[in-house]
Design a protein around this ligand. Structure first.
Ligand code: ATP
Ligand code: MG
Length: 418
């Protein structure tokens, strides 16, 4: 049996990395008063169509949608922001606080061609700062992405790219001029871009095709269409980034794949030049909440793709978790109370242990303890059961002693101290 194409099991060897990422994100975000939220994995398809936009790749061809038994059209979430915005509106979070700082970590689903750093079920860690239109909110959010990446000790060098994509009006005027310009080159640009001319022309800026890029070089520039407010917002962000010593590059061709962004758009890319080099994408979305039927409330956020990040992590993030240092070998004539009393004491003193479940004879159980590199093997054999005692065998020094069961707790207290 194989898992579905583009999906993966995360096994115990790897899970420590995931747990460490969760912990790092939790600790950093907690200090900044970001609260974790968990939204359902399934939502009405309509939510994503209305937010992400009908002419985006995600909605157009990547969504896992199906009809449930009640003929409702349902989609496995392809990203987090739409769901967060929905939850924000459904639960009227704006009535409790004027600023809501939220974060999430969970699986997302997109029907894409699987390749390195691209899966059909993948995970995103994301944050959303909802309620402020101040540029400092954008910077807080960007800085948190950088802080988290630093703490995770991502080995490859990464670079922040930012752009301003202006407000809706500025973009509409720009789009008209861009389409007018590109129509002249309709036969020269790449096929994907050609398809986008009338549906999603801004995405053409993102094209990796060299010919298309060359044509764009002489076309209208989005930057020149930005008004005073857009420019001021953007310049403030750049000033703060300089002060914070966060290296960035302005990329005038950076547009995001989702429709709901305005003003700030940014990505964090690794310098590794394969196609999947974007580990974090985000921006400001001042109209999304209103567009989904909520109040007019501005917001800014990002999402990090965790599988891509994990590929880059050099040092194993596994914290030193205490290995199961105690192995319990037990004769099958044991009495109910003995075994549980021992286990409760180990639990109380937080000592990792493993109980033998093989029903093998004691010497084979002790051999197993050696194989597992346990420090101590607790032996409860026939003698011990009869005498209400327990043998403690130190596997490295091969010394052992038998003590009364009633003294076991004291022994463990002593063990904890050394
Ligand atoms: P790409 O251009 O690589 O397709 P995107 O613009 O579709 O990315 P976003 O929607 O901005 O990506 O998602 C944010 C991050 O989530 C990406 O930067 C990436 O790290 C991760 N991501 C997106 N799609 C996938 C996927 N199919 N598999 C693994 N990670 C993904
Ligand atoms: Mg994509």
């Amino acid at each position: 049996m194989q898992p579905l194409r583009g999906t993966k099991d995360i096994l115990p060897d790897e899970i420590q990395t995931w747990q460490s990422i969760y912990k790092i994100a939790h600790d950093i975000l907690n200090i900044h008063n970001y609260k974790e939220v968990r939204t359902p994995i399934i939502e009405n398809t309509d939510l994503f169509e209305r937010s992400i936009g009908n002419f985006t790749d995600i909605v157009n061809k990547e969504m896992y949608s199906f009809n449930d038994q009640g003929e409702r059209n349902i989609t496995l979430r392809p990203e987090g922001t739409a769901s967060i915005a929905r939850a924000y509106i459904t639960n009227k979070l704006y009535t409790q606080k004027s600023i809501n700082r939220l974060w999430y970590l969970g699986p997302m689903f997109r029907y894409e061609r699987p390749q390195k750093g691209r899966q059909r079920q993948f995970h995103q860690l994301g944050i959303e700062c909802i309620g402020s239109d101040m540029p400092i909110a954008d910077i807080e959010v960007i800085k948190l992405a950088i802080d988290i990446l630093k703490k995770i000790e991502c080995s490859n060098e990464y670079l922040l790219e930012i752009n301003s994509i202006g407000n809706l009006n500025e973009r509409e005027i720009y789009k008209l001029d861009l389409v007018k310009y590109l129509e002249k080159y309709e036969h020269e640009i790449d096929i994907d871009s050609k398809k986008r001319i009338y549906k999603n022309p801004l995405r053409i800026l993102d094209s990796k095709n060299l010919k298309t890029q060359e044509i764009l070089q002489n076309g209208p520039k989005l930057k020149e269409y930005l008004g005073k407010d857009s420019l001021k917002h953007f310049n403030t962000i750049c000033n703060h980034l300089q002060y914070l010593n966060i290296k960035y590059e302005i990329n005038n061709y950076l547009v995001r794949g989702l429709d709901y962004y305005n003003y700030t758009a940014f990505e964090i890319k690794t310098k590794n030049l394969n196609q999947q080099n974007t580990i974090c994408g985000g921006g400001r979305y001042d109209n999304l909440i209103e567009q989904l039927g909520g109040p007019c409330i501005p917001a800014v956020g990002w999402a990090i793709g965790l599988e891509r990040l994990i590929i880059l992590i050099q040092k194993s993030l596994s914290q030193k978790v205490e290995q199961n240092i105690i192995y319990i070998a037990i004769h099958n004539s044991y009495k109910v109370d003995i075994i549980w009393d021992i286990i409760h004491i180990l639990q109380e003193y937080k000592l990792g242990f493993e109980l033998d479940l093989s029903n093998n004879n004691l010497s084979r159980q002790i051999r197993k303890a050696n194989q597992l590199k346990a420090k101590i093997c607790l032996i409860i054999g026939e003698h011990e059961i009869r005498d209400k005692s327990i043998t403690i065998k130190w596997l490295q020094t091969r010394t052992q002693q038998t003590i009364r069961l009633s003294n076991f707790k004291k022994y463990i207290q002593y063990l904890k101290k050394i």
